[in-house]
Design a protein around this ligand. Structure first.
Ligand code: F6R
Length: 621
């Protein structure tokens, strides 16, 4: 998703801007650009389609330098991936970078064109630059009419006048090359964070884009407007009132090398055992689950809860779907799960004593955040965020939170975030279960299973070569079907999602019992079917589904529990998975599916860490 880094300092800031862009790369983008006020006071801009590296080379070749500038990685929403659509956008001396969407941009564009502005891009963002410029011109014209002096309008005031004209969600930074001593930023739906050192201030959409010297940061709140100079920061809230926000310690940047791995995704996939150990640390004693970190108010909420509503997007939504089986079967509490973009516009009815759980790796997903905000006036008992990013907006705005501690996930396709979400959800299920009649022995069974999970996961990762061999067979295929039953149905959905995003292959997931209601018509030798076959109470039912598929000429690839007696059939290939505790099975069956998508994508030469068209943190709705 789009990324912003901007700086004003007593030193050249080009290095900071380019390094910041490189650190924003993981979010996914398609073009990048930089604008700087040079020593002559001239606004210089360079933009490139493609990688930040290409932009960096161009900026270095041009020898750009300056004390006030901004840079951006663009993830196209309005207008194709072209250089003219890349940010920053200019209007004379004004430069703007923008994350988010301006929904009324067509109307604004029309009005600005009538005023004589000529648009050079197809973006919604360009209107902001022209609007700021227009406000400045209006001010000068009014002053000239009044016969007074023609002092220019402060950039901050011009931006304040533009804000009420914009509809949508945005994080913007604006500079005026006529006054390169300051930058102005506004947060309205898209996160921004400010960092400082003694002689500089920076603004970024992600704290990790800030220069390492900036150890103190301020997260802007909704509606905040900030003006920064090299030495000063001034903030106004959404009503235009001066406001002070707390400085907090910047999160420590992890060492982000790929190590011995070829891709971040591969590294993150292999990190899952240690990520799970971190999720469990302090929350699991020898025989008990301890979520006392939630505090008394949350505990009270859990005690009162008679229903759980989970809201999430993408992979996190799949984790929610798995957890629904657990909440109902283990904790005996009704649970619903919904995609955030549907929930927020559906006018949902709230069940009595319902606890809202928002699930998100980044904690910045626009739809999930909007659903959380909407829920705050809907009568939920409380909101609980399960998130990987402790400093995120989702965590700050929820009543309670639990952090997955998976470590930073750089690969756009979620791996360790998913499995650690499942682990955290299972801890919560067991805690709620205990409050609703689950016995100590049942809790201990969960504890024992969780204690062994990291080693089990290590065992599953040893299937790497077998899955790679399977991928070799599947790589020529044009589409694929994933099939599971019960709690493994959402795991099949996650497997299909991984294949779509990484290998760009159409992949559908079905509950095996649903095949006969339509999808069976798709079955022939050209449609490989990946079947999840654990050893559970549905094994026999699944066996019948497998036979139905074989009978129709299907080509089947089973990930099957070693204890199952798999029928011999020429169209059936299988990889044996070790016996495992049923509660751990959805977590563990995820691993070969992640590996499968990874290897097929690798063999197809796809961009594994930054799949085309996708973004890591989806901050637009
Ligand atoms: C898929 C993937 C996405 C995210 C989704 C929600 O691999 O990563 O589907 O799961 O965009 O993101 P978060 O969890 O950050 O809210």
């Amino acid at each position: 998703m789009c990324g912003i880094i901007a700086a004003v300092a007593q030193r050249d800031v080009v290095g900071w801007l380019l390094a910041g862009l490189a650190r924003l790369e993981y979010r996914g983008y398609d073009s990048a650009g930089l604008a700087i006020v040079d020593s002559q006071g001239k606004l210089q801009r360079i933009r490139r389609v493609g990688k930040v590296q290409t932009l960096t080379a161009a900026v270095q070749q041009a020898g750009l330098q300056g004390h006030c500038g901004m840079a951006h990685t663009r993830w196209a929403t309005h207008g194709p991936l072209t250089e003219v659509n890349a940010h920053p956008h200019l209007s004379q001396s004004i430069a703007v970078v923008h994350n988010g969407i301006i929904e009324n941009h067509q109307i604004l564009r029309g009005q600005l064109q009538q005023r004589g502005y000529r648009f050079t891009s197809a973006t919604d963002s360009e209107v902001i630059a022209h609007l700021v410029h227009w406000e400045q011109q209006q001010h000068l014209a009014q002053q000239a009419e009044g016969g007074g002096s023609t002092a220019p309008l402060k950039l901050r005031t011009a931006v304040q006048r533009v804000i009420p004209q914009l509809q949508g969600s945005y994080g913007i930074v604006v500079l005026d090359s006529q006054d390169p001593t300051c930058l102005v930023a506004v947060r309205c739906g898209s996160p921004l964070v400010i960092g400082c050192s003694e002689t500089a201030h920076c603004i970024a959409s992600d704290q990790f884009a800030l220069p390492a010297v900036m150890r103190q940061v301020i997260f802007l709140q909704e509606g905040d407007l900030a003006e920064i100079t090299d030495q000063q920061l001034t903030l106004w809230d959404h009503r235009g009132q001066p406001v002070v926000r707390p400085w907090v310690e910047a999160a420590v940047e992890e060492h982000l090398s790929k190590g011995a791995y070829q891709h971040y995704m591969q590294k993150e996939l292999y990190e899952q055992p240690s990520a799970i150990r971190r999720t469990l640390a302090g929350r699991l004693t020898a025989d008990r689950i301890d979520l006392s970190e939630l505090g008394e108010r949350a505990e009270h909420c859990l005690q009162q809860a008679q229903h759980v509503q989970i809201v999430a997007c993408g992979t996190a939504y799949h984790a929610g779907l798995v957890a629904r089986y657990w909440f109902e079967a283990v904790a005996k509490i009704p649970c619903d799960v919904e995609i955030a973009s549907e929930f927020r516009y559906r006018q949902p009815m709230v069940r009595q004593n319902s606890l809202l759980i928002v699930l998100s790796q980044s904690g910045e997903t626009a739809d999930t955040l909007a659903a959380l905000r909407l829920s705050q006036s809907m009568g939920y008992l409380g909101s609980l965020a399960l998130c990987n990013n402790a400093g995120s907006t989702l965590v700050r705005e929820s009543d309670f939170s639990l952090i997955t501690h998976a470590g930073r996930e750089i690969g756009v396709a979620s791996t360790k975030a998913f499995t650690t979400q499942l682990v955290l959800l299972l801890l919560l299920v067991a805690r709620l279960g205990r409050l609703r009649g689950m016995t100590l022995q049942q809790e201990q069974a969960v504890v024992v299973a969780l204690h062994t999970l990291p080693e089990r996961m290590e065992q599953l990762l040893q299937l790497d070569k077998a899955v790679e061999a399977l991928a070799t067979q599947l790589v020529p295929d044009r589409h694929m079907m994933f099939v599971g039953r019960g709690v493994h149905y959402p795991v099949a959905m996650e497997g299909a999602l991984k294949l779509k995003e990484l290998a760009y292959l159409p992949a559908e997931a079905y509950a095996a019992g649903e095949l006969k209601h339509g999808p069976l018509a798709l079955i022939d030798a050209q449609m490989p079917v990946i079947v999840l076959a654990p050893c559970d109470e549905l094994s026999e039912k699944l066996q019948s589904n497998i036979e139905e598929l074989c009978a129709r000429g299907g080509r089947l690839y089973l990930l099957a529990d070693e204890r199952l007696a798999i029928m011999e059939h020429p169209a059936l290939t299988w990889i044996a998975l070790p016996a495992m505790e049923p509660l751990m099975s959805p977590i563990l069956y995820t691993v070969p599916l992640q590996l499968l998508a990874y290897y097929i994508a690798l063999m197809k030469g796809a961009d594994i860490d930054q799949p085309r068209h996708l973004a890591k943190s989806v901050t637009v709705e």
